[in-house]
Design a binder for this molecule. Structure first.
Ligand code: B3K
Ligand code: ZN
Length: 887
């Protein structure tokens, strides 16, 4: 309706008329506005009378004025959708309280008090999966970041640390197991209720913020084990799952024990409670949660056996178990002062889990995988409308800031510190950090200061990594003159939302200069770029050397250089740094595809580049010195996202076309070698040793190329691999390839896969994902049909992600020129937002890339974002992401 014709209501308020109300802008919360909470809460007692539909919560808070804050006459307790049933202060019913935007504000005279509030919640109705909710008959919690306020009125902010005692009671039959943080101190049957009801009391001696609170009640069984800490304390370990899942918990338990040992050895961190519990839940918004002594996990990161989990799933479990366990120190013992400091715990803990996995799984391949993730998710984030520094300055909804920037770039920033100061000094810095801030809610600045003081270094200018967003670009030029090689490095940091002008960063670049004739270099160097431009000189080179730069990906930057095809082929074959070798191969292929997409490449130039790439890949396939895990990495074509990222504005259709054409050409040209590699690798065992895992990786790599070059041959070999598969890795790899083909085996094997694994939700998730991520020409129709499949539900985040996140990451179908892919994702966001806002908002970033997409598609993407923005009653999560994406 035209605004001019909107009838006014008697009081002149157009919002009362039938026009949609203007969406209320959620408040912007700023880092600079931080003030300490006026009250301390030394003790918290929570009593839960548990029920799936009604749970009664009695919260007793011992409060006292905070000496570090200005005094206050009122106590503001955060609440979200709660109503107080009773409010008592010091044992007396209180009248002097009010509700303010969901919060409970109680008038309180200065001095210590005991405040008791009763609330009732309905876990079954909690589809947001934040707070206390029901999942498959059990009750569990998720409180980070602001879920605790959906359970009880409380100062729900990370700098209010309290010691918790939790009493739970409920029907034994429904909830035979009752768990909370810390140690179980007592339990018993409820008097007067026969033996039908029971209770348990838990006490956590470590003060913690409310976001680390957890409770689980359900019919669960556990795998038990124990760990003796470095000081000789015995810790009881338990992984709690549904009875039918128990056989699939051994890998998770082994991962936990390895993590505990590794953290003692590498960071000197010992576990600090008598028990460590992990619970697996089928309905979960993310991977896992590090609640003190009671980690809650998505089943995806707990359950595995070779029949149902891939090698990648095994690694994911090991990495996530480690990550959550490591949070016990980096996050729990030392927590965050406010949510702007999120990277303090997340960036550091990601670095710690990456280092652990590098030690467990092999350094080189893990590093390549981590960089691939950074480039495919974080780099696009950093160059788009949602770019933010690793320590953001403002937000409207904190759930939107659990980003790859906070996590992965955050880890890279701390990794750079380690690269510059060396492993030993780094450990001195982290020791000092833990010692200085144990039991505190700290800031990123506290971390940097402790690293400076502990390691004895100056990180003055380096701090800009915390405040400036955007991926720095480093232009590299190598010249040679007489006996001297001169390396000029020039940096620019691109403008990002709210940060038009940037200052130079500190960029540590590991490099080596190779002698072309011998294929050797004289040692790795570290060049640290601090200004906008610096020239480094290297004497003693009779001939221009070949430059290997950003070895090990020592800095999260994009390197721009004019490397010749010959130099890249040289590095791809000779570089002794595995990452640099991988990088040279990627550069070779990306450079070629970018040229092709740009047009104007003659056929002769294209053929010569193709031949160089083909030759380099042939050398990789046949190099006897390479192990298969690394070979698999070198054979991976750069992703479409990464290629598009190199272009200012990309036509997804063109990028896809050229990438597929190259893949097909390579499949045809290297057919004999690929078939031989597949045959050789098929002879490997089905074990989980590195050799067997590597063999599985190259087998599926071979299929990818073969199917592109010769679909009939690819289909035949893939179908045979599917039939003879002894592991999920082989079976899923074969089905992935078949999903992209149009032959009959696609349907046969999809039916077989579904029937074989129906009833196993994690495997059925794979079945959805494989079809949604497929390059098959009819993927859009397939996804539409799958959305109506009886196994599809919007209520389970794993299932939603398995279909729609896979689809939104599909470079072909999502970007269909008709705009249908964009419409489908926008429809999903609108349907999911009222049910699960956090998950819905996660689908906005792929649409927010419109500025980097050719104008035809860009206008459809933008229109879809506007359609979402115009919807009534949008959540704060989705509203913030959509409006930032349109700005
Ligand atoms: N700290 C949690 C993430 C919580 C996300 C809340 N939206 C898991 C982790 O990073 O370890
Ligand atoms: Zn984490």
């Amino acid at each position: 309706m035209d605004i001019a014709r909107t009838p006014s209501t008697p009081d002149g308020n157009p919002e009362m008329a039938d026009a949609p109300p203007a969406p209320k802008q959620p408040p912007l919360i700023r880092r600079e506005d931080y003030t300490p909470f006026p009250w301390r809460v030394p003790e918290t007692r929570l009593e839960f009378a548990l029920g799936i539909e009604t749970t009664r919560v009695t919260a007793t808070l011992v409060v006292a004025p905070n000496p570090d804050s200005a005094p206050s006459q009122e106590l503001r307790l955060s609440g979200d959708g709660l109503e107080p049933r009773s409010v008592e202060v010091d044992g007396q019913g209180a009248n002097d309280w009010r509700m303010d935007d969901g919060d409970l504000v109680i008038a309180l005279s200065p001095g210590p008090h005991e405040v008791r509030i009763v609330t009732e919640i309905d876990p079954a109705a909690n589809s947001q999966l934040m707070g206390l909710y029901a999942s498959n008959g059990m009750l569990c919690t998720q409180c980070e970041a602001e879920g605790f306020r959906r359970i009880a009125f409380f100062p729900d902010r990370p700098d209010v640390l309290s010691t918790y005692t939790v009493r739970m009671e409920g029907p034994k039959e429904l909830f035979p197991v009752l768990l909370s943080n810390g140690n179980k101190v007592d339990e018993g049957d409820e008097h007067g209720a026969g033996d039908a009801w029971h209770w348990a009391e838990w006490h956590d001696p470590w003060p913690k913020p409310s976001y680390l609170f957890a409770l689980v009640a359900g019919d669960l069984v556990s795998r038990k084990d124990s760990f003796t800490t470095m000081s000789g304390r015995e810790v009881e370990l338990a992984i709690w799952v549904r009875a039918e899942d128990l056989p699939r918990t051994s890998h998770a338990m082994e991962s936990l024990k390895k993590s505990m040992k590794w953290d003692e050895e590498v960071f000197g961190r010992e576990y600090d409670l008598d028990v460590f519990n992990i619970v697996a839940v089928g309905d979960f918004n993310m991977g896992a949660m590090e609640n003190k002594g009671l980690n809650v996990f998505n089943t995806k990161y707990v359950l595995a056996d070779p029949e149902t989990a891939t090698d990648g799933d095994y690694d994911g479990i090991e990495g996530v178990i480690a990550h959550e366990y490591f949070h016990n120190w980096s996050g729990n013992r030392v927590t965050c002062r406010d949510w702007f400091q999120l990277s303090l715990k997340e960036g550091f803990t990601v670095l710690r889990d990456q280092m652990f996995s590098q030690d467990m799984q092999g350094e080189a391949v893990k590093r390549i995988e981590d960089v691939r993730l950074l480039r495919s998710v974080q780099f696009p984030e950093d160059s788009g409308p949602l770019a933010h520094p690793i320590r953001p300055d403002s937000f409207r909804e904190i759930s939107n800031f659990y980003t790859s920037t906070i996590y992965n770039k955050g880890a890279e920033v701390i990794r750079m510190m380690r690269t510059m100061m060396g492993a030993e000094s780094f450990r001195k810095g982290t020791d000092l950090y833990f010692e200085r801030h144990d039991g505190e809610a700290a800031t990123c600045e506290d971390f940097v200061k402790a690293m400076e003081d502990g390691a004895g270094v100056d990180l003055g200018q380096f701090r800009r990594w915390y405040s400036q967003a955007g991926t720095p670009k480093v232009e590299v030029e190598l010249t040679h003159d007489g006996e001297t090689a001169r390396l000029t490095l020039r940096q620019t940091v691109p403008p990002t939302p709210g940060q038009p002008d940037k200052l130079p960063m500190v960029i540590p670049l590991k490099l080596a200069l190779f002698d072309r004739a011998t294929g050797r270099h004289r040692g790795e160097e570290l060049a640290v770029l601090v200004g906008e431009q610096t020239t480094f000189e290297y004497a003693g080179f009779a001939e221009k050397p070949v430059l290997s730069i950003n070895r090990g990906f020592s800095a999260p930057v994009s390197i721009e250089r004019e490397a010749s095809v010959e130099d890249l082929v040289f590095l791809a074959a000779h570089d002794d740094d595995p990452f640099a070798r991988y990088e040279a191969m990627q550069e070779l292929i990306v450079g070629h595809l970018v040229e092709l997409v740009g047009g104007g490449l003659s056929e002769a130039a294209r053929d010569s580049a193709r031949n160089a790439i083909g030759g380099a890949l042939r050398a990789v396939i046949t190099d006897p010195k390479l192990d298969d895990s690394m070979r698999g990495e070198l054979l991976m074509l750069p992703s479409q996202t990464y290629i598009s990222e190199q272009l200012l504005v990309a036509d997804p259709g063109r990028v896809h076309e050229e990438r597929e054409a190259l893949k097909a050409w390579l499949g045809r040209t290297l057919e004999a070698e690929l078939v031989a590699m597949h045959e050789r690798a098929s002879g490997a065992s089905s074990g989980i040793d590195q050799a067997a895992r590597g063999a599985r990786k190259v087998k599926t790599q071979a299929l990818v190329f073969l199917a592109a070059g010769n679909p009939a041959l690819g289909e035949r070999i893939a179908a045979a691999q599917y039939d003879s598969a002894e592991t999920m890795t082989d079976r899923q790899g074969a089905l992935m390839v078949l999903c992209g083909l149009t032959g009959p085996e696609r349907t046969h094997k999809l039916i077989d896969f579904y029937n074989r694994y129906r009833g196993n939700p994690l495997v059925i998730d794979k079945w959805f994902s494989l079809q949604a991520a497929s390059l098959h020409p009819n993927t859009i129709e397939h996804v539409k049909a799958l959305a109506g499949h009886p196994d599809f539900t919007l209520k389970n985040p794993n299932r939603v992600r398995s279909l729609y996140m896979a689809f939104a990451g599909n470079p072909h179908a999502f970007h269909a020129a008709s705009g249908e892919g964009y419409r489908m994702v926008a429809d999903l966001i609108l349907a999911l937002d009222p049910l699960n806002a956090q998950t819905a908002a996660r689908f906005v970033p792929p649409m927010g890339r419109w500025r980097r997409v050719e104008p035809g598609r860009a206008s459809i993407m933008r229109a879809e974002l506007e359609r979402i923005a115009g919807a009534q009653g949008l959540s704060r999560d989705t509203f913030e992401q959509v409006t930032r994406s349109l700005d």
